[in-house]
Design a protein around this ligand. Structure first.
Ligand code: SF4
Length: 101
């Protein structure tokens, strides 16, 4: 996992498709492809770096805090759905400790 800027330019049509599945009476519009349908090999070929969901949350939090991991550590937005996961671990699966983990 890396939070370095992506070096490969992504081609939007690798990730989008035309669909009118939501309303067949309307013309197709561009929508995001289903990542599970694309599969890992195509996602990597399209330029995405493989991440676990936890890593993705951590990276999103670092992005949210303008690239500053220290700011993620002290984030006060406890009502954000990512807040318990912002350190890249599942806090619901560990016993609380007094020291920083
Ligand atoms: S927990 Fe929410 S508000 Fe805090 S850094 Fe992560 S995404 Fe941003």
């Amino acid at each position: 996992m890396s939070n370095a800027p992506r070096t490969k330019k992504l081609n939007r049509m690798d990730f989008l498709e035309y669909s009118n599945a939501e309303d067949p009476s309307k013309p197709p519009v561009l929508v995001g492809k289903k990542p599970l349908k694309m599969g890992g090999k195509k996602l990597v070929e399209a330029g995405l770096e493989p991440t676990t969901p936890r890593q993705a949350i951590r990276l999103k939090c670092i992005d949210c805090m303008n690239g500053q991991p220290k700011e993620v550590r002290v984030c006060v937005s406890f009502d954000c759905v990512d807040w318990p996961h912002r350190m890249g671990k599942n806090a619901f699966q560990v016993e609380g400790k007094n020291e920083d983990v």
